[in-house]
Write a protein that binds this ligand. Structure first.
Ligand SMILES: Nc1ncnc2c1ncn2[C@@H]1O[C@H](COP(=O)(O)OP(=O)(O)OP(=O)(O)O)[C@@H](O)[C@H]1O
Ligand SMILES: [Mg+2]
Length: 257
């Protein structure tokens, strides 16, 4: 097994496809034979439920890890996908930020916990909340790279500058090795000029970090989470499956040292 790659999937804009990408990219990487861990650090728990776990029934979640009540190695759950495990989150995480006030090294909790288990995996994907809070900073410090989903819509670029600024700040002060994994376009609608314009505009400013695979708007991708299944098990023949498999290939092909 080569070196693990820890990817934070982040964008402080809400509803751009972060969780959908973590669920389905993780699943497609595992389908390709990789050992994968998906970590939910969003109180909405969408990755948790989207991978088939009963988030509200969970007694121990990433919240307890942040408070040092339990080790991360003890809250890993198997999923319906062979080779894919998940660390759950739910609404309990809401209070964590406040409870961490005053704690020494509070930005480094996730990194320190992951050090114990990361070598068991090829890929670790972290689903971030839609904000640039302390939990997101924990993810950016624990990560090797950042993957940014961008929804192909009018306000897509709004906030991107702030996000890149934050990433650079973390890089300068706290995690010098942090790199941009790539930008992935989501909910692309080939029928609209707008989708094409957004793609062109982002490519102009961020060219080489943009993935060739583009995730289309696909009804099946929206339905799958309510069945607790990743797209390749919910509808193997869908456009959504095809696009996330292609993205997984691109991610696997990209070499980092
Ligand atoms: N490619 C797609 N085609 C159709 N629906 C999609 C697609 N990607 C995501 N969705 C749907 O859009 C909504 C938002 O997606 P998702 O939850 O992945 O975004 P998010 O960035 O994680 O949101 P949040 O910021 O709230 O965590 C969900 O209902 C999801 O099922
Ligand atoms: Mg989400």
């Amino acid at each position: 097994m080569g070196k693990v790659r820890i990817i934070a999937v982040t964008n402080q804009k809400g509803g751009v496809g972060k969780s959908t990408t973590v669920i389905n990219l993780s699943a497609c990487l595992a389908e390709a034979g990789k050992k994968v861990l998906a970590i939910d650090v969003d109180q909405q728990g969408n990755t948790t439920s989207g991978l088939g776990l009963d988030k509200n029934g969970m007694e121990q979640t990433i919240y307890n890890v942040f408070l040092n009540e339990i080790g991360i190695e003890d809250i890993r759950h198997k999923t319906v996908v062979d080779g894919l495990e998940v660390i759950p989150a739910n609404i309990s995480l809401t209070g964590a930020e406040i409870e961490l006030i005053g704690k020494e090294n509070r930005e480094f909790v996730l990194k320190e916990e992951l050090a114990k288990i990361k070598d068991e995996y090829d890929f670790i994907l972290i689903d971030c909340p839609p904000s640039l809070n302390l939990i997101t900073v924990n993810a950016l410090i624990a990560a090797d790279t950042v993957l940014v989903p961008i929804q192909c819509e009018y306000f897509a670029l709004e906030g991107l500058e702030q996000l890149l600024y934050t990433i650079n700040l973390v890089k300068k002060r706290l995690n010098p090795e942090l790199a941009i994994e790539g930008i992935v376009f989501t909910m692309y609608d080939a029928r609209t000029n707008l989708s094409m314009q957004v793609v062109e505009e982002v490519k102009r400013s961020l060219g080489n970090t943009v993935y060739r695979s583009i995730i289309p708007r696909n009804v099946r991708l929206g339905e799958a989470p309510s069945h607790g299944l990743p797209i390749h098990l919910y509808d193997p023949k869908s456009k959504g499956t095809e696009s996330y498999r292609l993205l997984a290939e691109e991610v696997m092909d990209k070499e980092w040292n």
